[in-house]
Design a protein. Sequence first.
Length: 173
Amino acid sequence: MKLSLVALVSAFASTAWAQAVTAIDRVDNSTLWLNAIVGKKNLSTVECWGIQPPFVVSTQPGTVGNKILQLGALANASYSEFPVGPNINAGLHNAPNAQYVVLLAGNGTISFPSGQTPDLLVRSNQILIAVDTPGTSAEGHNSLWAGGTRVLQMPFEGGVHPPHRTVKGKCPS
Ligand SMILES: *[C@@H]1O[C@H](CO)[C@@H](O)[C@H](O)[C@H]1NC(C)=O
Ligand SMILES: *[C@@H]1O[C@H](CO)[C@@H](O)[C@H](O)[C@H]1NC(C)=O
Ligand SMILES: *[C@@H]1O[C@H](CO)[C@@H](O)[C@H](O)[C@H]1NC(C)=O
Ligand SMILES: *[C@@H]1O[C@H](CO)[C@@H](O)[C@H](O)[C@H]1NC(C)=O
């Protein structure tokens, strides 16, 4: 009884929050909202993560007065280039590490074997989070990269996810 009440209240709270965020996202310039590929119930799907803490005004030399936000502790970053030419189908895979993926150029279409999650288009200059690591999702996701796409992969140190708020489904565009 106690348990189901808690579940009910939290379900209500998360629904209310999801609606609030969808509505305020366009004017909420204090939070960085990023699409995240997550493994839930052994399936990969998309959530929208608001990285915490939010933006502050920078006092760092070189960016004084700008909006700035901490991405958290990172390890073992890599840079990779897909060959120029036809699309590259990476096939179904799990995220190799829990990480940020920064698209410097090109684009990618992420699709999901479950059929329940619509494709996610990732464009140049966007930051994606991929945390559907082995053990969280049986099949992972499929990535179709445009030829010439260039990416930075920036794993979270120790696989620890940055603090974030979560909204179900992809971020409002
Ligand atoms: C957010 O936008 C408002 C309205 O444009 C502006 O007044 C405010 O300074 C912005 N805040 C940040 C942190 O950029
Ligand atoms: C960095 O990457 C190498 C090669 O994939 C791996 O052996 C090593 O464990 C990684 N280190 C960390 C801290 O993730
Ligand atoms: C993705 O990039 C390719 C190669 O530059 C381009 O032809 C294609 O139109 C892009 N797709 C989208 C949806 O932007
Ligand atoms: C996820 O699915 C795989 C393949 O069907 C299965 O082997 C594994 O036990 C499942 N894991 C969980 C936590 O359900």
